[in-house]
Ligand binder design. Structure first.
Ligand code: 7PM
Length: 359
């Protein structure tokens, strides 16, 4: 039997609640209960809501659950991205700079114009993005794969210009050669939607690069992943899968404190799976790594809003970013940086006031 801990019953502030509340990963969110989910052979056998005051006793002797509890409560150290430090005691925005040739979500806009692409990236940072995520390969469902030479040619000059301008850049790729070239050009974070599983060299290349690495869950390959994806319990399966990828990364020499995890919204998931992952998101803090959420402009928003097309998903994107913040996600990957920053700043103002003692 394996037990999973999902923080829940969030409270405004800890005042007057000593011993009855806990702070989620050293962030702005506090909670008063934990759902303990017991699993046997891939099936949920029980779910118990335990007050924070009783959690130590409830999991005593279960080393795995005790480790998860410690990780849920441990503050996440700042990310070192080249010269920059990104604090993770509050949600931060990762802005998306899409350099793919296809037209989905801004793709094709800067084709053959690296200077224009770099200024767009610098503008995202000026809008408040702590990190700008540069991608040159479309991983959209059904997309064709891109030759790595073309991908490098597309992203490297843009990364070089942005990094020279002081922007913390991350590279969104599944290919080891692209990771190497991007890091050489100044990228300070590797974001791999295959969690270093697609390219046999990527574990070794990421280990050598020395920078933080985001491991994203996916099921199946991009071509076929949206054709009837199935899970027993999607939340627990994604958790176990990420746990395995963390172990693989650690075995390859990538320290756990360099890893970021992401449930991979839309990557081999039906609407219900995405909703279950979003509702249960706080579970992933048990992995002890900063949590990255990418839901911006995704199909889930269209599916819940009368099939709104991709250029009309701003409201849903902001709603899901705020949901991520409420669940303690440290990094929010978004297209609309200015709008999301405004929403996050307002949310943070509310949190800060709630966390200011009155007496
Ligand atoms: C077409 C379809 C183009 C889908 C781009 C996409 C994530 C990511 C992407 C994510 C992390 C998108 C996706 N999504 N990296 N890269 N997490 N870490 O919608 O959710 O941006 S590509």
């Amino acid at each position: 039997m394996k037990r999973y801990l999902r923080p829940t019953a969030f409270v405004d502030a800890p005042f007057g609640l000593d011993g009855r509340v806990a702070r989620l990963a050293g962030g702005l969110v506090w909670f008063s209960a934990v759902e303990i989910i017991a699993d046997e052979g891939g099936r949920r056998v029980s779910s118990e809501l335990v007050p924070v005051s009783d959690i130590a006793a409830a999991i005593a002797g279960d080393g795995e659950a005790e480790a998860a509890w410690r990780r849920i409560c441990a503050p996440r150290p700042s990310l070192r991205l080249g010269e920059r430090m990104v604090r993770l005691d509050q949600p931060q925005v990762m802005g998306i700079l899409n350099l793919t040739p296809d037209s989905f979500s801004d793709g094709g806009r800067y084709l053959g114009d690296p200077a224009a692409a770099a200024s767009a990236g610098v503008a995202l940072a000026a809008d408040g993005a702590a990190i700008v995520d540069v991608g040159g390969e479309s991983t959209r469902p059904g997309a064709a794969t891109v030759w790595e030479g073309d991908e490098i040619e597309r992203v490297a000059p843009v990364i070089r210009a942005m990094a020279a301008g002081g922007v913390a850049v991350s590279i969104d790729t599944r290919k080891a050669a692209v990771m190497e070239a991007a890091v050489g050009a100044g990228a300070a974070l590797i974001n791999d939607v295959s969690a270093l599983g697609y390219d046999p060299r990527s574990l070794e290349v990421a280990a050598r690069a020395g920078c933080p690495v985001a491991l994203m869950h996916h099921k199946g390959d991009p071509k076929t992943m949206q054709q009837d994806p199935r899970y027993g319990d999607v939340l627990l399966e994604v958790y176990d899968w990420l746990e395995d990828r963390i172990a693989a990364a650690e075995a390859a020499g990538i320290a756990r404190d360099r890893l970021i995890v992401d449930p991979g919204i839309g990557f081999g998931k039906a609407l219900r799976h995405n909703l279950q992952l979003l509702n249960g998101l706080a579970l992933f803090h048990g992995l002890g790594c900063p949590l990255l959420l990418g839901a911006s402009r995704k199909r889930i928003i269209g599916a819940l809003s009368n099939e709104a097309p991709v250029d009309q998903r701003l409201g849903g994107s902001v709603a899901l970013a705020l949901h991520g913040a409420q669940m303690g996600a440290q990094l929010l990957r978004v297209h609309d940086v200015a709008e999301t920053m405004q929403a996050i700043r307002v949310w943070r103002g509310l949190r800060d006031e709630a966390l200011t003692p009155i007496f």
